[in-house]
Write a protein of this length. Structure first.
Ligand code: ADP
Ligand code: MG
Length: 406
């Protein structure tokens, strides 16, 4: 098959994968990939560099394979190649050696932590306001009009895929348009940045960078909780900015008081500003969002299709968007009109894919917790009384089905 269908197939697969993995994982590993070639049962995916290609190969192959199988209705062998998005190779296919070379020198492969780019599509104009997000939206627009004054910090919390990052980027665009300096960073990046600065003896630069902006936008603060040194550093950054009346906006997956790993003093700082939540959108808002997304994609989607999607995909907006993208790509791929039959098929496919991949595997949970806290798996599961092991054990135990941690 030629390059074009591979590209379209992969776009559809990405729509589906987007609903299967966390946003951070999606943005880090999948977002910049392209479908390069689909031939003789082999599907080649282009990655922007060797580090991403190898990570995809080692970590994400099974999920990718399964997703492609669901779409193509046949087993495919998946291969990754370092290539530009337009398909031009600029390196040989990756292997473990390439990964070792690259990860051995992180400075080349991992971006230096600067302000992550704002998504140009995440603006106030493209954000649909409904009952579920009206308050958070109003608070966000207030912050743009009166940064450092109105609500400081502003904490936006919600479950996944409900528009936290979208609103945070919209604030970034807004303050930038007003000539202010902003820094947008995920809490995970903040932590990495801090650790790198610590390792390279560049803490002064780190402080300078984070403490000299007008508006600091931190996404997914829950990733900082429990990491002591980073939390401490964040706390001081926070205080410095706050004292200087600089605006902080923070998103989180839970309200601060319900975040078990956050220190009490951090909780009280976060709650001293304004805490706004976003709830799952009601039917009317879901329909409006779909209409807006279709409009952005430059396609006309009939009301009955929008209606069906909005009624069937209820959990979060990312899934809703994923379903729409899937239908649009399927229609392009198979030359079928975007109609109810296609919508039914796409929704059924999504439902079939969802439960199996979402169930968390206890071993995977232990591994994730061990990696997160930089521990050996044996320490986590064994009888070791090493300092600092209690909390990770509790976190891991909270994920076990028998334990009632909530
Ligand atoms: P979160 O950060 O809460 O996990 P995101 O901000 O990444 O969620 O939103 C997921 C997707 O849903 C994005 O593509 C975003 O544009 C879209 N989205 C969420 N809420 C809205 C909304 N109210 N209007 C338009 N798009 C939305
Ligand atoms: Mg987000």
């Amino acid at each position: 098959m030629a390059v074009r269908p591979a590209r379209d197939i992969w776009t559809t697969a990405l729509g589906s994968l987007q609903t299967e993995v966390t946003r951070n994982n999606y943005e880090t590993w999948l977002k910049q990939t392209t479908g390069l070639e689909h031939r003789d049962g082999k599907f080649v995916i282009a990655a922007p560099n060797a580090f991403v290609a190898t990570t995809l190969e080692q970590r994400w192959s099974p999920l990718i394979q399964k997703t492609l199988k669901g779409l193509l209705r046949e087993d495919v062998e998946v291969a990754f190649r370092v290539a530009q998005a337009n398909g031009t190779d600029h390196e040989a296919p990756t292997n473990g050696h390439a990964a070792a070379t690259h990860s051995g020198n992180g400075a080349h492969t991992r971006p230096r932590i600067r302000s992550a780019q704002l998504n140009p599509r995440y603006t106030f104009d493209t954000f649909v306001v409904g009952k579920s997000n009206r308050f958070a939206h109003a608070a966000a627009t207030q912050v743009v009009q009166n940064p450092g004054v109105a609500f400081n910090p502003l904490v936006i919390h919600a479950g996944v895929g409900l528009g936290k990052t979208h609103l945070l980027h919209a604030i970034g665009h807004g303050v930038h348009a007003n000539g202010l300096q902003y820094l947008y960073v995920s809490a995970e990046q903040f932590t990495n940045d801090f650790v790198t600065a610590l390792r390279e003896g560049a803490l002064e630069d780190f402080r300078e960078k984070y403490r000299t902006v007008d508006v600091l936008l931190i996404d997914d603060i829950q990733f900082i909780a429990g990491k002591e040194a980073s939390s401490e550093s964040f706390f001081h950054t926070f205080n410095d900015l706050h004292i200087a009346s600089k605006q902080l906006v923070i998103t989180s997956d839970a309200r601060p008081k319900d975040m078990p790993l956050l220190t009490d003093r951090m909780k009280s700082r976060l709650m001293a500003g304004l805490v706004a939540d976003i709830q799952p959108p009601d039917l009317e808002t879901r329909m409006a969002i779909l209409g807006k997304k279709a409009e952005q994609a430059g396609v006309r989607v009939k009301q009955d299709v929008i209606d069906l999607l909005a009624r069937r995909v209820v959990r979060n907006v990312r899934e809703l968007e994923g379903a729409l993208n899937r239908i649009l790509a399927m229609s392009k791929l198979t030359n079928q009109p975007v109609d109810l039959a296609l919508a039914e098929q796409a929704v059924a496919d999504l439902t079939a894919l969802a439960p199996k991949t979402r169930r968390s595997n206890p071993n995977q949970v232990l591994l994730t917790v061990a990696t997160y806290y930089d521990l050996d798996l044996e320490d986590l599961t064994g009888k070791s009384r090493k300092k600092g092991i209690v909390l990770p054990r509790q976190v891991a135990a909270c994920r076990r089905p028998r334990t009632n941690c909530e």
